[in-house]
Design a protein. Structure first.
Ligand code: FES
Length: 122
């Protein structure tokens, strides 16, 4: 909603390669990489758990390095290559990390895994 409240002139155009696909986004200077992925690109596999750099639910790879997307401004990564959980599958087959999440009921931040307290409340 906040992104709609500012004019296009106040936004910055950035280019990202996300899961191997090049894309251009107009983002506010304060837009996090996490919000850019979730709200601009609808890649909701990257989760917003704590939004404070504590849980790791927002972890993505940026140019092959682990990054907490909630603590990273999207404009800082202009030109970068981002891999989200959606980008790990190859040829329709789950990546071992994706399979492990399914096998062990690991969702969101994982604080409660395997207790799954948050799943019971959802
Ligand atoms: S959402 Fe928890 S570390 Fe980013």
């Amino acid at each position: 909603m906040m992104a709609e409240a500012i004019s296009t002139a106040e936004k910055t155009q950035i280019g990202l390669t996300v899961n191997g696909v090049g894309t251009e986004l107009n983002v506010a200077p304060w837009t996090t990489l996490l919000d850019a992925l979730r709200e601009h690109l609808d890649l909701t596999g990257t989760k917003k758990g704590c939004d404070h750099g504590q849980c790791g639910a927002c972890t993505v790879l940026v140019d092959g390095r682990r990054v907490l997307a909630c603590l990273t401004l999207a404009v800082m990564k202009d030109g970068a290559s981002v891999t989200t959980i959606e980008g790990l599958a190859k040829d329709g087959a789950l990546h071992p990390l994706q399979q492990a999440f399914i096998d062990h009921d690991a969702f969101q931040c994982g604080y409660c895994t395997p207790g799954q307290i948050c799943r019971r409340q959802a």
